[in-house]
Write a protein that binds this ligand. Structure first.
Ligand code: UDP
Ligand code: GLC
Ligand code: MN
Length: 441
C-alpha cells in the first residue's frame, strides 16, 4: 500500500460534492496513491457513506475555527474561519508524505510527481505571489508539526483569518528559502477571470494539471441544466467553460446517482434549503436538491425548483451574473412582463365592470399607473439596451477594505483564539461514534 496520500477536507454536504468530484478526477488521472478525506461532525451519515466509496480513509475531525471576523472581512469570506480545520491533516501520521487539495480543486492530469517534493511546497497565490496559495500543498504529516502550528495560531492568529494566512506566517521563508518548494503555477491554476491572466490561460490551457475554483463561485453553485447536462457558465467565466463543464460531467457520470435526499444543509449555514421529505437530519441543502434531479430527461418541476433555488442562492450570496442571466435588461423585461400581464388583467376586469355600468375610480387609477409604469419600463429598457451595447460587461465588484471595516476591526485575542483552536475532539464528534470510521482521539 502506498505511503503517500492525497488529502482533502469537507465540513458539510455541499463541499462534499466537491470532494466527491475531486476523488473521481484523481482516480481518472491514474494516481498510484491513497485518497483521504477529513470530515467534521456536520457531514451527514449518508454523505460519509458515499465518501467511503471513493476515499481509502474518511477521518472524522473536530472543527477548528479562527473566529477572526475582522480579518475574514478583509478577505470578504466570513465563512472561511473553519478552514483552520485543514490543520488536522498534519495528524495523518500513517502516511509518509501527503498533498493537500482543497475540495474545490479538479485534477486534470496525473500529478504523482508532486510526492517527490518536500514540505512545504506550494504554488504562488495569484493575488500576492510572495505568498503561497493553500489550496494545493505538499506536506509531511507529523503530530509535532500539528502542535507547533496550532500553538503558533493561538499566539499569532492568521492575517487573512483562514489557513492560508496562518500557513504563510508559519512557513514564512517559503518565498525566499528554496525555489524547489515553489510549485509551478500549473499545479494550482485559479479558474476565474477576476483573478486570471486570460491570454496566459489561453496559451497554457493544455498544460494545466490542477484547476482551483478559488473564490465564492464554486462549480456546484453554477446553474446546471439537468436535461442537456450542461452548465450555464456565467458571462465572466466563459474562458473556463469547458473546465466547469468537465466538473459537471464528472458529477453526472459518477456522483449524481449516489446522492441521497438525506444529505442536508449545514446547520446554521446561509445555504438555501429545499423541502425534502426524506431529509431526516435537517433541511436538505444543495446535495439533497441535486439528488432529486433526473438527469438527461425533460425538464421537470424539480429542475425548475432547483434552478430557482440556485439562482436565489447565488443572488443572495452576491454572485450576480451582471452581464448574463441577471443582466439589468433581463430584470426589466421581467418587470415589464409582470406589469403588462397585470394591466391586461385590470383591463379585462374594467371591461366587465363597464358592462355592468359601475364606474370605479380606484380601478382607473390602478390601470393608468400600471400603463405608465409599463411605458416607463419599456423606455428605460430601450435606453439600457442602447447603453449596454456601447459598454463592455461590468466586472464583479472587488472586495475592498472600507474605512468602517478597518475602524471596526476587532482582532481575535490570544485567549479567545485558544477556545476555538482546540485540539480535543468535540462533544458532537464523540457522541457520533461512527461505525467503520477512524477517529482522532
Ligand atoms: N471548506 C469546507 N467548508 C467550508 C469552507 C471551506 O470544508 O465551509 C474547506 C474545503 O476543502 C475548501 C477549503 O476548506 O475547498 C478552502 O475553502 P475555499 O475553497 O472555499 O476557499 P477559496 O479557495 O475559495 O479561497
Ligand atoms: C485561499 C485558499 C484557500 C484557503 C483560504 C483561506 O484563497 O485558496 O485554500 O482556505 O484562502 O485562507
Ligand atoms: Mn479553494
Amino acid at each position: 500500500m502506498s505511503k503517500f496520500a492525497w488529502v482533502t477536507l469537507t465540513t458539510n454536504d455541499t463541499y462534499s460534492l466537491g470532494a466527491l468530484v475531486l476523488a473521481h478526477s484523481l482516480k481518472r488521472s491514474g494516481t498510484a496513491h491513497q485518497l483521504a478525506v477529513l470530515v467534521t461532525p456536520t457531514v451527514s451519515d449518508a454523505m460519509r457513506d458515499r465518501l467511503k466509496d471513493v476515499y481509502n480513509l474518511v477521518q472524522e475531525v473536530n472543527v477548528l475555527d479562527s473566529q477572526d471576523a475582522a480579518n475574514l472581512a478583509l478577505l470578504a469570506r466570513p465563512e472561511l474561519g473553519v478552514t483552520f480545520t485543514k490543520l488536522h491533516c498534519w495528524r495523518l501520521e500513517q502516511y509518509e508524505k501527503c498533498v493537500f487539495l482543497d475540495a474545490d480543486t479538479l485534477v486534470l492530469k496525473n500529478c504523482d510527481e508532486l510526492f517527490e517534493r518536500e514540505e512545504l511546497s506550494a504554488a504562488p497565490d495569484v493575488s500576492w505571489p510572495d505568498c503561497f496559495n493553500s489550496g494545493v500543498f505538499v506536506f509531511k504529516p507529523s503530530l509535532d508539526t500539528f502542535n507547533k502550528i496550532t500553538e503558533f495560531a493561538i499566539k499569532h492568529g492568521s492575517f487573512d483569518g483562514g489557513d492560508q494566512g496562518l500557513l504563510n506566517q508559519y512557513f514564512a521563508d517559503w518565498s525566499t528559502a528554496d525555489i524547489k518548494k515553489h510549485l509551478p503555477f500549473v499545479y494550482n491554476v485559479t479558474a476565474y477571470a477576476s483573478y486570471c491572466y486570460l491570454p496566459a490561460f489561453k496559451q497554457f490551457r493544455d498544460k494545466i494539471k490542477i484547476l482551483h475554483f478559488a473564490g465564492k463561485l464554486k462549480p456546484w453553485l453554477i446553474p446546471f441544466n439537468s436535461q442537456t447536462k450542461t452548465a450555464s457558465t456565467p458571462h465572466d467565466y466563459t474562458h473556463a467553460h469547458d473546465l466547469i463543464q468537465h466538473w459537471w460531467t464528472l458529477f453526472c457520470d459518477n456522483v449524481h446517482n449516489v446522492l441521497d435526499n438525506a444529505m442536508h444543509k449545514a446547520p446554521g449555514s446561509e445555504e438555501a434549503s429545499v423541502s425534502s421529505p426524506g431529509s431526516a437530519q435537517g433541511e436538505a441543502g444543495l446535495a439533497g436538491a441535486l439528488a432529486q434531479l433526473r438527469i438527461g430527461v425533460q425538464r421537470t418541476p424539480e429542475q425548475e425548483h432547483y434552478e430557482n433555488l440556485m439562482r436565489r442562492q447565488c443572488w443572495e450570496s452576491g454572485q450576480i451574473d451582471y452581464a448574463g442571466a441577471d443582466a439589468f435588461e433581463n430584470i426589466w423585461k421581467k418587470i415589464t412582463q409582470t406589469l403588462e400581464a397585470k394591466t391586461e388583467k385590470t383591463e379585462d376586469a374594467e371591461q366587465t365592470d363597464n358592462a355592468n355600468a359601475s364606474d370605479n375610480d380606484n380601478d382607473n387609477t390602478t390601470l393608468s399607473s400600471n400603463k405608465l409604469l409599463t411605458q416607463s419600463a419599456s423606455q428605460l429598457l430601450q435606453q439600457v439596451s442602447a447603453a449596454s451595447s456601447r459598454r463592455s460587461p461590468s466586472p464583479r465588484p472587488a472586495a475592498v477594505r472600507t474605512e468602517q471595516q478597518s475602524s471596526n476591526k476587532t482582532e481575535a485575542t490570544t485567549s479567545s483564539r485558544s477556545q476555538h483552536i482546540q485540539q480535543s475532539t468535540s462533544t458532537a464528534a464523540k457522541a457520533r461514534g461512527q461505525k467503520g470510521m477512524r477517529k482522532f482521539k
